[in-house]
Design a protein around this ligand. Structure first.
Ligand code: MG
Ligand code: ZN
Length: 379
């Protein structure tokens, strides 16, 4: 109740503030969480192939700033799979037209190396399509995949596949997935594929192109090779269980068949939701869920030794500050200062061959060129 009253106050203050919204004055919301399901984190080996990476697993925590990471770390009594990453840096997230980006411009910058306007997907600021790292990887013969907890047509995954001026153009984004999508994609949004105004059945089109199409975890875990379009139902972690970990493992297992390597993007989509809701329990459950998926990528990368794992965020959400905590008890109290995104730098973590390239401070557009170079892709 307190949250919603403060949210209303915040909206009014943003609407009436003439220059810059000073949301911090009115929207400070305190929220605490005591985690009760802790997990152990092993130490992963730090020995990799001396050759360039063959595979890249890019993991994006939507809305994951340093405070979200440390909230998760505190809640899990100091342990995160992220603790295994020896190379870390910061990504500057501003978009072409805003200090504070949205996931569309943030995703497009990471995917294509181009700063674009907020709401734009896979196009530059003149609405000209720009190729994504995933499309370039596919053209170079690598396997490609997307695993998310939200709708696959949502801004972050769409930025790797689609080229539309506005993130709300879901029916058009679905066509791009059906016509030029990655080899494996797993997430929500089935209604945009099979319940369409234009009468097309994109699930049937995917099947006829050789995709194995399914809508349950039970079916998708049976898929071990080939192409996969799995359109599941979106829920919060309590209803999803270990879906992100399982689907990350399935995608890696399928894509590892590609002799030239693969490029996989995994998104912890809903850390952002915890920030927008100013809800510590929601933030932490999504943060820890994402971290456990990072653990699955690490398990593979540690065995494979030619896989680079990069973990970052598109932006921070909620303006989260940690004001109190107890690592021994897995308890943490945070204060949110906005129900929107913020403009601060976000963390970058890297593990595997080429990881040293990701230290320091760089623009969010830098990922693209680093991946192109490390994977030796022809643009
Ligand atoms: Mg997202
Ligand atoms: Zn958001």
């Amino acid at each position: 109740m307190r949250n919603s009253i403060l949210t209303i106050v915040a909206i009014i203050s943003v609407a009436t503030c003439p220059v810059f919204a000073q949301e911090g004055k009115t929207t400070i919301v305190e929220s605490a969480n005591q985690n009760t399901s802790y997990y152990d984190v092993p130490d992963f080996p730090q020995k990799f192939s001396r050759r360039k990476p063959k595979n890249v697993i890019l993991m994006i925590g939507d809305g994951m700033g340093v405070a979200q990471v440390y909230a998760g770390m505190t809640a899990n009594k100091g342990n995160l799979f992220l603790n295994n990453f020896r190379h870390a840096g910061f990504s500057r997230t501003s978009s072409a037209n805003r200090y504070t980006t949205d996931s569309a411009a943030g995703g497009t910058a990471i995917a294509s190396g181009n700063k674009t306007n907020n709401s734009s997907i896979g196009v530059d600021r003149d609405n000209k399509p720009v190729p994504s790292i995933m499309e370039i990887a596919a053209a170079n013969g690598l396997g490609t995949g997307i695993v998310v907890t939200t709708n696959v047509l949502d801004a972050t995954p769409a930025a790797f596949v689609a080229h539309v001026p506005n993130r709300n153009m879901m029916p058009e984004i679905a066509i791009d997935f059906a016509e030029t999508g990655p080899d494996v994609f797993i997430g929500g949004g089935i209604e945009y594929f099979n319940d369409r105004k234009d009468g097309r059945n994109l699930l049937a089109e995917l099947s006829s192109k050789g995709y194995q199409v399914c809508d349950t975890i039970t079916e998708l875990v049976k898929v071990r090779s080939g192409k996969l379009a799995a359109l599941l139902h979106e829920k919060r972690v309590a209803g999803r269980g270990d879906q992100l970990q399982v689907t990350t493992e399935v995608a890696i297992d399928i894509l590892d068949d590609h002799k030239k390597g693969f490029f996989l993007m995994v998104e912890g989509s809903e850390i952002d939701g915890g920030g927008h809701d100013n809800d510590m329990a929601y933030t932490i459950e999504e943060m820890l869920d994402f971290d456990r998926a990072v653990g699955k990528a690490l398990e593979f990368a540690a065995r494979n030794r030619r896989t680079l794992v990069v973990v970052t965020a598109d932006h921070e959400t909620g303006g989260l500050t940690l004001v109190n905590g107890d690592i021994g008890k897995g308890m943490v109290t945070g204060r949110f200062s906005t129900t929107g995104h913020t403009g601060i730098m976000v963390p970058v973590f890297a593990y595997g061959p080429g990881a040293e390239q990701f230290g320091g401070i760089d623009e969010n557009t830098s990922f693209f060129n680093k991946f192109i170079k490390l994977l030796k892709l022809n643009k």
